[in-house]
Design a protein around this ligand. Structure first.
Ligand code: G3P
Ligand code: CA
Length: 248
């Protein structure tokens, strides 16, 4: 009998990018619900502070692209942000969807049985890194028992500050293309994981990260064929707008 090796990720290795953002408005409860309906176990989401210090789930530093509102997060209160329609821009059938806070999102994720990769966004309007990471810590402390949390950021200082508060959480350094001296840079950051753009993956780097016990996930890939050769070489996960494509 010939054994055919399985190629492709298991459910735990797939994270829905901003929720199932190919099918529902990004970073909304609808996108997280769609990810769960598809069978995803993890969602990736972005967080930043409003003017009044509420942790908001949103990618940009303004609400313009993804809602009916306008303005910078740094000039809007949490209440104002919550009043905008965050679904119609994507499709009229999502009218009434809101930009959620992290606290509201974690309640929904608990009900949906989802875990979260919380990407800490550093924006110009943020006055204090401590305020940002303390807000993350306060909100995630209320997560449901079944909701696992990991933290990612393009900002090594955010990972360092977060790690001081939550030393047991998995931390992922986000790079588009990792720098030549990625191993040295990573050693100076409390991160055991690299999240990198899928086009920058190489078998050589995966062999090296595997040897060093470093996990690598690829973002944002919506074509499973692109990753086929990397699973066997140690790729540890994928962040995708459309988990269904990887779940088969
Ligand atoms: O987690 C990787 C990915 O989310 C980083 O890029 O711009 O979608 O936040 P972006
Ligand atoms: Ca992100």
């Amino acid at each position: 009998m010939t054994l055919v090796p399985s190629i492709g990720p298991t459910g735990e290795e797939i994270q829905a990018h901003r929720g199932a953002s190919a099918l529902a408005p990004e970073n909304t409860i609808a996108a997280f619900r769609t990810a769960a309906e598809q069978g995803a176990k993890w969602v990736e989401l972005d967080v930043a502070l409003s003017m009044d210090g509420k942790l908001i789930v949103i990618h940009d530093d303004s609400v313009d692209r993804t809602s009916s509102g306008s303005g910078s997060l740094g000039e809007l209160t949490g209440e104002q942000i919550a009043s905008f329609d965050a679904g119609s821009w994507f499709d009229p059938r999502f009218a009434g969807e809101r930009i959620p806070t992290l606290a509201e999102t974690l309640v929904a994720l608990g009900e949906l049985g989802l875990s979260a990769n919380v990407e800490i966004k550093q924006h110009k309007h943020h006055k204090s890194l401590d305020q940002l990471v303390e807000a993350v810590q306060a909100d995630i402390s209320h997560r449901a028992p079944g909701t696992k949390i990991m933290i990612s950021s393009f900002d090594p200082a955010a990972l360092t500050a977060m790690h001081k508060l939550e030393p047991d959480l998995e931390m992922a350094m986000l790079w588009g293309r990792p720098p030549e001296d990625w191993a040295e840079q990573l050693a100076a950051i409390p991160a055991t994981t690299i999240h990198m753009h899928f086009k920058a993956l190489s078998i050589g780097m995966l062999e090296e990260t595997t040897k060093r016990g470093i996990k690598v996930r690829a973002w944002t890939c919506n074509d499973p064929v692109q990753l086929v050769s990397f699973w066997g070489a140690g790729l540890g996960g994928v962040i995708t707008d459309n988990p269904k494509l990887f779940l088969g």
